[in-house]
Design a protein around this ligand. Structure first.
Ligand SMILES: Cc1ncc(C[n+]2csc(CCOP(=O)(O)OP(=O)(O)O)c2C)c(N)n1
Length: 658
């Protein structure tokens, strides 16, 4: 291996050596602890230290790094006290996740590191978001993100590279090509010579760097990163390296040919650099031994601290309280001036007033800019707020939702318009695994609103008609809002944007232009978790949300003799159980009307809650009325048959007769 120190001074050379030595020595210790059962799992980065150390060394401490599972050198080069890492790996409170997540699955704003989720690929999209924030705030900072070559086959990676290129985001995309993804060799992962070549297809600059040569990594990246700060753009780096140990320690390396192992062992980044520094008269055996002793002492001292730390005692309320970031709801009172608005106008106006109030709020979505979105909700927004804040996106839900997460990490709120709520499936993973879990895992909120145009009644078939709120009400960490009226939509959207937690905001397409109401003209908010009681009566409690509220009201209009409490839930998560219980205890009968198909919908949970909390007061079994357990069909007569709308009347009458 040849080293070219260029203009680097001796202190830098020695620092790079020390920085590589530290993760190596920690790993050697971890392997012992693993055998003793003191660490649960270990993904080794032995032989790949030059990459983590090189990348981290060229970045400023304020610049974010998004490492993967083999990047211990990122954490040590950012000088995280070792006892905190050891506590993290042992699931103790001095770690970064209060025992809620393992190994490198954590981030820390203190050190500007955003750790991975297990799914690998989302890291690239999150890096896009952090880099977008840097660009919007003119910070001239670079964001570095890692993946292995195996991870590059994931769709998220392609989406994120494309977005970064289209938006010219200053992300240093680092692929560590270490030969194997678990047991699968590169020949079975992709069919091109160099992954760096993929950049051509994205219109992106790329470089291949010898990932085992610390001076090549450091000097080349120094130039690249300096130039990226001056001229913000994405750059893809393929580091050629090798995984010297098993995927994780328990899985071994039997499938790797010995000659490959030998070839790469000879290229060890630390041994070779050490040899070079000896030749340069910067190191000798005594200095090396002293340096190692010093690091080993640091490791042992810090291990003692971690061992001495008491294990976490489970306290249920602590767990529940950390799912969401605390949100101090601020009540903005409505003004007395009103105007008649359709649901769609109310959403548009609410969004616009939030854009005025939060001057860095960003909207992202397909066709939302000049075109105004397919439903025209953001019509005219570009003219008022500019293209930086109203951003057309490529068709890539995962990367955009991840970008929104990245913006939140960098302190920027965003609203993502899903063209149709059905398409959230293409970004499902970041919603349920990234946005939903980050606060619980490492105290990082996801200040993101996903706008979800949804629902049936427009003969749009199985992929443009779903009401898919139940996919999300099931997932702890998400708030779910589902207004039925223009007034609620405007006030709840303002609250959704103020709330620092991830909110899915369902907008029923069939209500967009059919429901009108007098709505206050100025900005106002409505609290989450408060249902609206639209009518009162002692015969029965009718519970609904979204379009089903209108179906229930229309049915009751035909039966003026039925005296019902009609509860419009407005938000499903949080759910206003107090209002539900108080009403059912009064009426003794409950019927829940839901547009979604029956099984596993929120009506089932509400029914169970009523049974558990109001059983003594019930005069009849709780009734759920929901759509057929089939996909939603296209033609009107099949859609009508599918929907719960027309079944409600009969079920209501039966319940009253029970
Ligand atoms: C979406 C997803 N699929 C599968 C896995 C299981 N898995 C974890 S790491 C890994 C191999 C990753 O290979 P690569 O990206 O090359 O990184 P390396 O481990 O070689 O550093 C696999 C298959 C996962 N974590 N996430």
């Amino acid at each position: 291996m040849t080293f070219d120190k260029k203009t680097l001074d001796n202190t830098t050379l020695l620092n790079l050596y020390k920085r590589m030595l530290k993760p190596r020595l920690i790993e050697e210790k971890m392997l012992i602890l693993l055998r003793q059962g003191k660490v649960s799992k270990w993904f080794s980065g032995i032989g790949q230290e030059a990459i983590s150390v090189g990348v981290t060394s060229v970045l400023d401490k304020e610049e974010y790094i998004l490492p993967m599972h083999r990047n211990l050198g990122v954490f040590t080069t950012r000088d995280i006290p070792l006892y905190r890492l050891f506590s993290q790996w042992q699931g103790k409170a001095n770690g970064f996740t209060k025992g809620r997540d393992r190994s490198f699955h954590f981030g820390t704003q203190e050190f500007n590191i955003v750790g991975m989720i297990s799914h690998l690929g989302p890291q690239f999209g999150v890096a896009d978001g952090i880099a977008l924030a840097s660009k919007l705030k003119n910070k001239n900072q670079v964001t570095a993100v890692f993946t292995g070559e195996g991870g590059t086959s994931e769709g998220d990676i392609h989406e994120a590279l494309n977005v970064a290129s289209v938006w010219q985001l200053p992300v240093l995309f680092c692929i560590e090509n270490n030969g194997y993804g678990l047991s699968t060799p590169t020949t079975e992962q992709y069919n091109c010579k160099d992954l760096a070549d993929r950049a051509i297809g994205y219109g992106m600059e790329s470089h291949i760097i010898d990932g085992n040569n610390i001076l090549e990594v450091y000097t080349k990246l120094n130039d690249i990163v300096t130039s990226m700060r001056e001229n913000p753009r994405p750059v893809l780096i393929e580091f050629k390296t090798f995984r010297m140990r098993g995927h994780e320690e328990a899985s071994g390396t039997k499938y790797v040919p010995q000659d490959l192992m030998d070839e790469w062992a000879a290229k060890d980044p630390i041994d070779n650099f050490q040899e070079y520094l000896i030749q340069q008269a910067l190191l000798d055996d005594t200095i090396i031994a002293d340096l190692k002793d010093e690091i080993i002492k640091e490791i042992n001292d810090n291990l003692d601290i971690a061992y001495a730390e008491t294990p976490i005692v489970p306290i249920e309320s602590n767990e529940l309280n950390d799912v969401f970031q605390k949100f101090e709801y601020q009540d903005f009172k409505e003004n007395s001036n009103t105007e008649e608005l359709r649901l769609i106008d109310a959403i548009s106006e609410g969004l616009k007033q939030s854009m005025e109030r939060h001057d860095d709020l960003v909207i992202m979505g397909q066709d939302v800019a000049e075109y105004g979105g397919v439903f025209k909700i953001t019509d005219g927004f570009v003219a008022q707020f500019g293209k930086d804040r109203v951003r057309n996106t490529p068709i890539c839900e995962s990367a955009i939702i991840e970008t929104a997460m990245g913006l939140s990490i960098a302190g920027i709120k965003s609203v993502v318009e899903l063209q149709f709520s059905d398409f959230v499936t293409s970004g499902f993973n970041p919603v349920v695994n990234y946005l939903a879990k980050s606060h619980y895992r490492w105290n990082q909120n996801a200040d993101v609103v996903l706008r979800m145009p949804c629902g049936a009644g427009v003969a749009a078939g199985p992929f443009h008609s779903q009401t898919n709120e139940a996919w999300f009400t099931k997932t702890p960490g998400l708030k779910v809002v589902y207004p039925a009226f223009p007034y609620d939509a405007k006030g709840l959207l303002a609250t959704a944007i103020n709330d620092p937690n991830p909110v899915l905001f369902f907008e029923h397409k069939a209500l967009y232009r059919s429901i009108r109401q007098q709505v206050p003209t100025d900005y106002f908010t409505i609290p989450f978790g408060k249902a609206a009681t639209l009518q009162t009566g002692n015969d029965v409690t009718v519970i609904a949300y979204g379009a089903a509220v209108h179906w229930a009201l229309n049915t009751l209009e035909k039966h003026p003799n039925i005296k019902a409490d009609v509860i419009d839930l407005r938000t499903l998560q949080p759910l206003d159980t107090d209002t539900i219980y108080a009403s059912v205890k009064k009426t003794g009968r409950a019927i829940i009307l839901q547009e979604d198909s029956l099984f596993g919908g929120i009506a089932s949970d509400i029914s169970a809650l009523i049974m558990e909390h109001c059983f003594e007061q019930l005069d009849a079994p709780v009734k759920r009325v929901a759509s057929l357990d089939t996909p939603i069909p296209f033609i009107n007569q099949l859609e009508d048959q599918y929907l719960s709308r027309d079944k409600f009347e009969g079920e209501l009458l039966k319940l009253l007769e029970y």
